[in-house]
Structures are given as structure tokens and as C-alpha cells.
Write a protein that binds this ligand. Structure first.
Ligand code: SF4
Ligand code: SF4
Length: 319
């Protein structure tokens, strides 16, 4: 396999972030689900959680910049005890908040208030629903997940999410169940809209198609099935240079639960932090925008997943 940096004719120094528009914060690894494709290796037994001190550091950084969007992820971020505080504080700072929600979390004990909380703070929801078929969703995310996800979407629609003229945005995320690239996003979005409306009366705004990242738990899953090498070859042979301008690391930084700074969530999972000139990892508590804006991005062969085919980012296909 040709190294990604070579492929894009760079030694890693010429591939730079532009301005930072999105601050993505990973609140920890704890999740009520344990999906096969999870690049965070989240699950109910994980203990890592962002401390209140680091939450304050995130808010401090937001306040001293003009970054417009806070993108909250995990694990299941809503199960973090400071989730509500973080969202409320970011909204008070006038920032847009996105929550990467697994839908089923609103049925966890004590979390029934979440839909109204999201509504009150106009939180944009980005919700994983890897298929409109029960069989595929339950295979990837666990038995019963599809039914709960459908019930959650119906509840969100009932309070106004994705309704015409509503400010409440509800986007869905598709990722392939098997080791292949996602199909064209617009066509699949039409299929999702038709089938979810017909069968369940559900509406949503956009469908984001994501390519599965062959790292951590998903890499192990592929290796166990003898599919890892073939999947990597597929990603490399599908490289599309037109995506390079739009990959999410170009306008986003990612903060880990311990406050470390990364170019993206994937580099975070591979422990490839952003460092200073002395090689010391940066921390959000003392981070200045000049340390990340217009700075080189660390790339690796995993970047082929973002640049294959139509490309893939936290906002779906790129080109
Ligand atoms: S819901 Fe999301 S964070 Fe939780 S295990 Fe599944 S993919 Fe990972
Ligand atoms: S994995 Fe994707 S988002 Fe992360 S550095 Fe590589 S290209 Fe950028």
C-alpha cells in the first residue's frame, strides 16, 4: 500500500487546516451500545469520562475564540453527568450545538427529559441509523436497537424536529454494514425518506453517508473475518483527490476526554495528538487558536477512509 502522505505528494507538512469552524469534543468512551463499527471502541464497560475541569477548559477555549459550532460526541455524550451543563453554557456563549446521538439513549433510565432539553436549546441532532431495515441495524448495533431508534425518531418528530418551518434539525447517519463504500448519498437519502415516511411516519432533514474507518474495533472485526486487507485496498484504490479540500480536519479540531487536542476524532483514537515544537501534546486548557489554525495536519493510511469515492466526513459525503 502506498503511504497516504506520498499519495497526496506531501511529507505531511503541506496539508494544513484552514480556520477552525467546529470544535468537536469527545466526552468519553461510555455508551449504552457497543456497535461493531465503533471507531471509539465505546461500550457499557468503558470508564473514561471528561472531568469537570476539562469541560471548563473547553468552555474557556470556546469563549476566547469565535468558533461557531460545538460538536459533542462520545460514547453516548448524553450519559456524561456534565452534558447538560456543557450544552447550556455553550448556548449562553451564543454557539450552535450539535449532538451525535445514538437515539436509544433517550430511553435510558433518567434520560426521558432529553428530547425536550434538545428542543429547548435548539440542539442539532446527528443520529446514527445505519439502515432502514431492522435486520441490518440490529446486526450492527445490537438486538432491539432498530425499534428503539424508530420510537426515538417518532418522539423527536412529535416535538417538532425536522418538521416543515421548524428550526429543529434532525440528520441521520448511514454507514455500510459490510466492508464496502457507501452508495451515493442523494439517492440513498431519497430511499430513506420514502421508506421511513411510508413505514413509520418519520421525517428528517439530511442523510449523511459515512465510510467505516478501519481502525480499532472495526479493524479487529474485519481481521477476524479475513476482510481487512481487501477493505484497505478498496479504500486506497478509490482515492479521490477532489475530497482533500473538504475533509473535516481542514476546519475542525477534536478534543479528547483528557483535554488533549487532535486533528480529528480518528487521530484521537489512534493517539496522534497535535503537539508543540518540542513534541509536547497540546491541551485545550492553554490552547490558542494560532496553534491549530493554518497548521499542518497529521495524516496516515487511515485517511484513505475519508478520501475514498465521494469522501466521508462527520457531515457525510464530500463531493
Ligand atoms: S452508539 Fe456510537 S459511540 Fe456508542 S458504541 Fe455505537 S458507534 Fe460507538
Ligand atoms: S482521518 Fe480524515 S479527518 Fe482525520 S486527518 Fe485523516 S483525512 Fe483528516
Amino acid at each position: 500500500m502506498q503511504a497516504f502522505a506520498e499519495k497526496i505528494h506531501l511529507d505531511g507538512n503541506g496539508f494544513k487546516r484552514r480556520a477552525v469552524d467546529v470544535l468537536q469534543v469527545n466526552l468519553g468512551r461510555y455508551c449504552n451500545l457497543a456497535c461493531i463499527h465503533c471507531h471509539v471502541e465505546s461500550g457499557p464497560t468503558r470508564k473514561e469520562m471528561m472531568s469537570r475541569e476539562n469541560i471548563e477548559a473547553v468552555l474557556g477555549f470556546l469563549a476566547r475564540t469565535e468558533i461557531s459550532t460545538l460538536d459533542v460526541t462520545g460514547g453516548a455524550p448524553e450519559l456524561h453527568r456534565e452534558f447538560d451543563y456543557l450544552v447550556e453554557s455553550a448556548r449562553q456563549l451564543g454557539r450552535h450545538v450539535m449532538d451525535r446521538c445514538n437515539l436509544t439513549v433517550i430511553f435510558e433510565p433518567g434520560k426521558e427529559y432529553l428530547p425536550e432539553f434538545f428542543k429547548q436549546h435548539e440542539v442539532e441532532l446527528v443520529c446514527s441509523l445505519p439502515c432502514y431495515s431492522q435486520e441490518n441495524v440490529d446486526k450492527q448495533r445490537g438486538k432491539g436497537t432498530f425499534d428503539s431508534s424508530i420510537r426515538a425518531l417518532q418522539q423527536l418528530n412529535q416535538i417538532g424536529y425536522a418538521r416543515p418551518d421548524s428550526k429543529l434539525v434532525l440528520n441521520l447517519v448511514y454507514n455500510p454494514v459490510g466492508p464496502h463504500l457507501p452508495p451515493p448519498q442523494e439517492k440513498l437519502e431519497q430511499d430513506y425518506k420514502r421508506i421511513l415516511a411510508e413505514q413509520f411516519g418519520i421525517v428528517f432533514n439530511r442523510l449523511y453517508c459515512l465510510t467505516n474507518m478501519p481502525i480499532t474495533r472495526y479493524a479487529t472485526h474485519l481481521k477476524l473475518r479475513g476482510e481487512y486487507d481487501r477493505y484497505l485496498e478498496l479504500l486506497e484504490s478509490s482515492f479521490n483527490g477532489a475530497t482533500l479540500d473538504q475533509v473535516m480536519c481542514r476546519n475542525l479540531i477534536s478534543i479528547g476526554w483528557d483535554g488533549s487536542v487532535y486533528d480529528c476524532d480518528f487521530n484521537q483514537m489512534l493517539d496522534l495528538p497535535v503537539t508543540d515544537a518540542a513534541g509536547k501534546r497540546l491541551n485545550v486548557a492553554s490552547l490558542g487558536l494560532e496553534q491549530v489554525a493554518n497548521r499542518p495536519i497529521t495524516v496516515g493510511n487511515h485517511c484513505y477512509a475519508c478520501t475514498a469515492g465521494a469522501g466521508s466526513s462527520c457531515g457525510g459525503a464530500l463531493v
